[in-house]
Design a protein around this ligand. Sequence first.
Ligand SMILES: Nc1ncnc2c1ncn2[C@@H]1O[C@H](COP(=O)(O)OP(=O)(O)OP(=O)(O)O)[C@@H](O)[C@H]1O
Length: 380
Amino acid sequence: MSAPAEIALHGVSGSHAPGRHAVDEVSISIRAGERLVVLGPSGSGKTTLLRLIAGLHEPQSGTVRIGARDMAGVPPHERDLAMVFQSQSLYPHLSVAANLAFSLRARRVPRAERRDRVREAAALLGLEDLLERRPSQLSGGERQRVALGRAVARRPGILLLDEPFAGLDEPLRVALRAELLDLHRRIGSTLVMVTHDQAEALAIGERLAVLDRGRLLQVGPPSEVYARPGHRLVASFLGRPGMNLLRCAVVQDGDSLRIVPDGTAPSCPIVPPDDRLPRPGRYELGIRAERVRILGPSGGHTGIGAGLILAPGVARTVEYRGESNLLAIGIGLQTLFVRVATDASPGEGQAVAAAFSLNDVCWFDPGSGLRVAGGGGPDA
Ligand SMILES: Nc1ncnc2c1ncn2[C@@H]1O[C@H](COP(=O)(O)OP(=O)(O)OP(=O)(O)O)[C@@H](O)[C@H]1O
């Protein structure tokens, strides 16, 4: 196995058509042996980013470095990486063993070493009993394993995976996700993976990189990106449902501040300085659905502590989700999604009060979309 390599992108832009960057000034350092998952809406530039790293696409500007080497002008086959594409097809006329050996043969790896590497990749991916079969005699999951095995047989320092489990059903994806983690532990390559599947991203990524329209909005450990999104687009993209974003005002009231979601009564006064609060002004208040409590019919909630925001509203819809109910609470003209236990759920049309702690709130600037406070304080 080659040693895992560090990947460093500095101000990298890539275009498919003049006047529009599919990847726009992206800078990121991926540590040797790290698992980085790239997430973002469709068309945000995820595949283009992988292709720029692989050398299948030349950057318009910026530099791609692998290890100590600048990759400008270095063709893909000299980059010590292997890429597994979305729904990758195998060579249908070749056996699994020949598919695993194909790129080694093309690289003129000697026959004895080829045999060793195929055996090793087959063992890593549990393909030993399938080596003589043709792709048409494999299940979808087995085919994906062969595609991964083919990449692993190359013993690359870097593995680039673009939706490697696309098109497979949920139980199989979950099983392959665990296998991929195990495989990574054993081979140690730097792994960069693109996926649409958030559960997969949260489970596999040591860090997530979130793209939107070619721009890199945030990079960080999954728990941090989830709890402290740096941008409103990250907040609403990540999570099912995405983070609630309520338009609101923070207003001065004597010596204290009050939070007033549009269309509701002001919250309890909060005495500054409190670094959980931004300065008076207009904001989008971000709160996760599972961080909101329902207090029953609105009104009369005395004794609620400072730092708790209370928003009276009406349960518009109640969606049964198996492990919980998802309520859509109408707050003025806005909607707040709230996750509640099925046995503690109000019915549709019932007046309720939604309560949440200032500790769980992120504040976004409505103009720039950036998080300016909350979620543990402003970004450094
Ligand atoms: N070969 C191409 N020619 C022209 N435009 C392209 C080409 N490939 C991609 N694009 C455009 O570049 C942008 C980024 O595409 P890319 O495939 O990198 O996005 P993505 O995030 O991987 O999308 P998806 O999740 O849908 O696969 C999109 O606007 C896409 O339409």
